[in-house]
Design a protein around this ligand. Sequence first.
Ligand code: AMP
Length: 131
Amino acid sequence: MGIFAKIAAGEIPSYKCAENDEFYAFLDINPLVKGHTLVIPRREVDYIFDMEDDELARFEVFAKKVAVAIKAAFPCVKVGQAVLGLEVPHAHIHLIPMQSEKDMNFANPKLSLSAEEMQEIASKIYQEFSK
Ligand code: AMP
């Protein structure tokens, strides 16, 4: 099993932001900004555009709900969405609360947050998602 499948299964710890039977959302460990979240399918699939139409549609609807929760927890202009997948071969959507387009630059230095801060951020998003 790959690292993200293990995270979704609870075998590797993560800062959980949202979940349902099929999908899981957790904080990116090297965030561009506070609230930078990854959304993944629990099942192992590498390339997002290899997903069947129905699954991809449900994935995006789930990501939308997570984005709404992120925006409520971390007021921003909009939540940006990006798909790279160059590092980890398990489909994932990056959701990033943006104050400006600069926040979407993956070449920016990453934030270094304490475990307590990460837990606090994830809990805020989880609370909004659960409302
Ligand atoms: P990419 O595959 O290019 O979208 O990059 C993978 C992303 O996953 C990067 O932003 C990493 O910081 C993030 N990442 C890698 N391992 C973990 C992990 N164990 N927990 C949370 N985020 C991770």
